[in-house]
Design a protein around this ligand. Structure first.
Ligand code: SF4
Length: 174
């Protein structure tokens, strides 16, 4: 039976990068996550994520944490900052891009950094994420939509899509 909850006091400050990524992937997944309905902790993807996180620590990749910001690496380049995220796969490109854009948005907004670029690296593939005015405007809109979604008492209906096969919530949905 699906647990129902109401998060009427949910606001933008409670939004984190994972929630943005889930929203870009599946609105139902975002709702379940925001309402703290735990995904299957034995899921292969979650276990792999934990292993990768431990490997990064051993290699001492820089971890930067500020408020709800958490990404793999930030460096100062000529004229701008560069945020880098490492992914085990690029099966969810849109989600990964929106999550990184969200971190860029917070850096610009909270730390008043002028120009912040992003890079997602998965093996030999590299995807650039730019802080263009249009991208940031789109993100602002998504943040408003997330608040609206999470404030509703029930999740959107499950609709099967290819990404469901790799989703830790599939047992809740199907
Ligand atoms: S299994 Fe599919 S519908 Fe359910 S939360 Fe995951 S991606 Fe969304």
């Amino acid at each position: 039976m699906m647990k129902r909850a109401s998060l009427t006091d949910f606001d933008r400050d409670l939004i984190g990068g994972v929630l943005v990524q889930y929203y870009a992937t599946c609105k139902r997944e975002a709702w379940l996550y925001a309402h703290k309905i735990l995904a299957n902790q034995d899921d292969e993807n979650i276990l792999m994520g934990r292993v990768l996180a431990e490997m990064k620590d051993e290699k001492e990749l820089h971890q930067f944490a500020f408020s709800n910001l958490k990404f793999d690496k930030i460096s100062k380049q000529k004229g701008h900052y560069l945020v880098t995220e490492y992914k085990k796969s690029l099966s969810n490109v849109e989600g990964a891009k929106m999550q990184l854009l969200f971190y860029i948005y917070l850096l610009k907004k909270n730390l008043k950094l002028k120009e912040v670029k992003g890079k997602i690296i998965s093996g030999k593939k590299v995807i650039a994420v730019d802080d263009t005015p249009q991208n940031l405007k789109d993100l602002e809109k998504i943040l408003d939509e997330i608040v609206e979604l999470v404030s509703t008492p029930t999740p959107p209906k499950a609709e099967y899509k290819a990404i469901c096969n790799g989703c830790a919530y599939r047992d809740y949905c199907f």
